[in-house]
Structures are given as structure tokens and as C-alpha cells.
Design a protein around this ligand. Structure first.
Ligand SMILES: *Cc1c(COP(=O)(O)O)cnc(C)c1O
Length: 377
């Protein structure tokens, strides 16, 4: 049997006609940037997220960069004085840190909660200095970070909060959805995310209309009105093809989320009796959208080799924490600084969790994970 990590063709099969129809409309209109499809998707995503506003952008990465720029965490070439600092988890996709660096600020890393892999809120306050401007908690693998604590600390110290919701559109905590905790949240429509586009795309959701207006200017070179520039922005625009393709998928997102949670519960039951497997820990009040189903095992690399041999797709998210990345060597961190993140990097493995998986495929993965553990022990 073959079980890929992700099978986008299975999803497309059910959406082929509708997708081709909207793409054809755009081709006939020859209107490719912005326009009615983008506006319609923004409205739909805001409604879905329960936020007042949504601003379409070119990617989840640009969503974070534009948010930092709009919130004033941005160093122009003429700025002197101390460098702004932004606190982020060391265990996340690179973009979370890369956008801080590109905004001219210093990424200040924090370790993670060993159960959720999200930012360790207990260490947050010790990292705050007079230069700290913002915190970017990441809702990793589709589960919300501990936002009550993040928000309380941010409020106490006057910091902005940008949620990295790239893996977590629609995830909620105590009934509150991603985008309603911080000043804003960045979402990603990269094809492998739960709501994937036909290429790159992203969105910023927020309840702050003033911020939304500034983001609309910043995504288009800070221009308002045309050819008059109040701020320096960039080309962070969402194109019509992406917006149309995503609009076709959005009505199915909750159903797909249910299917992912169902798959997760099959894995949970299947692995329940195996002591060596640490299953995903979903905290009370959290509703995960399971962008990934990540287990932690003692012999991760041997298990991974076994699964690959058995035709089962799996992946390490992420093999090297950000504080140990070569490009950040100048920040002065070293191995051992964040032991929980380093442990996760060496022991975790993501298994296939996409909605269309069959019961047979899930059972096969469960059986081979167990076999692989025995083999590698
Ligand atoms: C995917 C991802 C991003 C970046 O999104 P893109 O749309 O690929 O630019 C940022 N942060 C996290 C945590 C992600 O998983």
C-alpha cells in the first residue's frame, strides 16, 4: 500500500469543474491582480474567522512581514538607535523568524511547551527588554498557542501580538478563532496548508480597521492615492487566480477539518497502548485543525526509514530549531539553549493526516509505525 504524506489530487478530483470554471472567468476577464474575487475572498475569510477585516496578500510570509511593517516594527535604512526586538518560538517554520529579520528587527527566541510544541509562555517575560516591540506566537500544527498568557504579558508590557496562523486557519481556543487574540494574524494558502491555493497566497485577519487600512496600503507599495506614498510598502498583493481557487475550497474547510480530526482520533486510538509513542497533546479548550499529526518517538530516524520503505509518507517538522540555523549565527545562540525544541527536532515525525485518507490506509500506517518501533528498538 502507498500512503503519501499529502494527496492534493484526491481533493482536486471533487473540485475540478468548479475550479476550472472560475479560472476560465478570470482568463476571459484578463483581470489578474486584486478585483472582485480578492474582495469576495477577503469578506468570506473575515466572516469565517469571525474578524472584522481580512486583507489578502501574496503569501503567509508576506502577511507576517506586512504586519510587522504596519505595526511599526520596521527599520528603514535611515533609522539610527537601538534595534527592535520580536519574541518568537525557536521551533517553527523559518518564515516566522525570517520576516522579523527582514523588517530589520532582532528575533529573540523562546523555547517551547513540550506537549503542544507551541511557545513556552512561562519564559516569555524574562525575554522582554526596553527594545521589545512584539511577540509572534505560532499556532503550530493547527493548535492555538496559550493566547491568554501571551495576551496578558503583551498587555502588561505594551507589546504588539501578531499571531502566526499559517497552519491554523479556523483553529479555536475556548470558542475563539485564530485572528481574534492578537492585533492580527497571518494566514497562509500555500498548497499544503489546510486551505491551500493554486500557488502562493496569504491573508491577514484583524479586528482593527485602522490597521487593516494601513495593511491595504502596505501590500501595494504604501500607495494611497495612486502614485502617492505615505509609507514604504511592498508588492504583497494577492492575485485573482489564487483568490478564486481558494474561494472554491473555503466552503469545504470545516468538513475537511472534521475529517482530519476523525483521522487523528483513529491514530490516537491505534497508538493508545504504545508507551514509546507520544501522541499530539491537545490542550483543554483547544480545537486543532491538525495541519499536521506529529508523534514523538525514541528512535525517530529508524522509524522514518522504515515508513519510507513501506511506502508511507512522513516528514520532520522541523529538523533544526531556528536558533541553530547558520543564517542566525550572529545572534549568538548555541546548541543547548533551548533543550525542549532541540529534543523535538530529534524525536518528532509527522504522519499523513489529510482528509481523504481511508480507514485501510490509517490502519496500515498504525501497524507500520508499531512495526517500525520494534525494528528500531
Ligand atoms: C507555511 C508557514 C508560513 C509561511 O507561509 P507561506 O504562505 O508559505 O509564505 C509561516 N509560518 C508558518 C508557521 C508556516 O507553517
Amino acid at each position: 500500500m502507498n500512503v503519501p504524506l499529502l494527496d492534493l489530487k484526491a481533493q482536486y478530483a471533487g473540485l475540478r469543474e468548479e475550479t476550472q470554471k472560475v479560472l476560465n472567468e478570470i482568463l476571459e476577464s484578463q483581470y489578474f491582480i486584486g478585483g472582485p474575487y480578492v474582495a469576495k475572498l477577503e469578506e468570506a475569510v473575515a466572516q469565517y474567522s469571525g474578524t472584522a477585516e481580512a486583507v489578502g496578500v501574496s503569501s503567509g510570509t508576506d502577511a507576517l512581514l506586512a504586519a510587522l511593517m504596519a505595526l511599526g516594527v520596521y527599520r528603514s535604512p535611515l533609522d539610527m538607535g537601538p534595534v527592535d526586538e520580536v519574541i518568537i518560538p525557536t521551533y517553527t517554520f523559518f518564515a516566522t523568524a525570517g520576516c522579523v529579520w527582514r523588517a530589520g528587527a532582532r528575533p529573540v527566541f523562546a523555547d517551547i511547551d513540550p506537549d503542544t510544541y507551541n511557545i513556552d509562555v512561562d519564559s516569555l517575560e524574562s525575554k522582554i527588554t526596553p527594545q521589545t516591540k512584539a511577540i509572534i506566537p505560532v499556532h503550530l500544527y493547527g493548535q492555538c498557542a496559550d493566547m491568554e498568557k501571551v495576551s496578558a504579558i503583551a498587555k502588561k508590557h505594551g507589546l504588539a501580538v501578531i499571531e502566526d496562523g499559517a497552519q491554523a486557519i479556523g483553529a479555536s481556543r475556548n470558542g475563539v478563532k485564530v485572528g481574534n487574540f492578537g492585533n492580527c494574524a497571518g494566514l497562509s494558502f500555500f498548497p499544503s496548508k489546510n486551505l491551500g491555493g493554486l500557488g502562493d497566497g496569504g491573508m491577514i485577519v484583524t479586528n482593527d480597521s485602522t490597521l487593516a487600512q494601513k495593511l491595504r496600503e502596505i501590500r501595494n507599495h504604501g500607495m494611497e492615492p495612486k502614485y502617492y506614498h505615505k509609507h514604504v510598502g511592498g508588492n504583497f498583493r494577492l492575485d485573482a487566480m489564487q483568490a478564486a481557487g481558494i474561494s472554491v475550497k473555503l466552503p469545504h474547510l470545516d468538513k475537511w477539518g472534521e475529517m482530519r480530526r476523525r483521522n487523528a482520533s483513529v491514530y490516537d486510538a491505534g497508538f493508545g497502548d504504545v508507551e514509546e509513542i507520544k501522541r499530539p497533546v491537545i490542550k483543554n479548550g483547544n480545537r486543532s485543525i491538525y495541519n499536521q499529526y506529529v508523534i514523538s518517538v525514541p528512535n525517530r530516524d529508524a522509524l522514518m526509514a522504515h515508513l519510507k520503505e513501506k511506502g508511507i509518507g512522513c516528514e520532520i517538522y522541523y529538523p533544526l530549531p531556528l536558533h541553530m540555523q547558520e543564517c542566525f549565527a550572529k545572534l549568538g545562540y548555541r546548541k543547548g539553549d533551548f533543550p525542549r525544541a532541540e529534543y523535538a527536532a530529534e524525536h518528532t515525525l509527522a504522519l499523513p493526516i489529510y482528509p481523504e485518507l481511508t480507514r485501510e490506509q490509517l490502519d496500515y500506517v498504525i501497524a507500520e509505525v508499531k512495526n517500525g518501533l520494534v525494528k528500531g528498538a
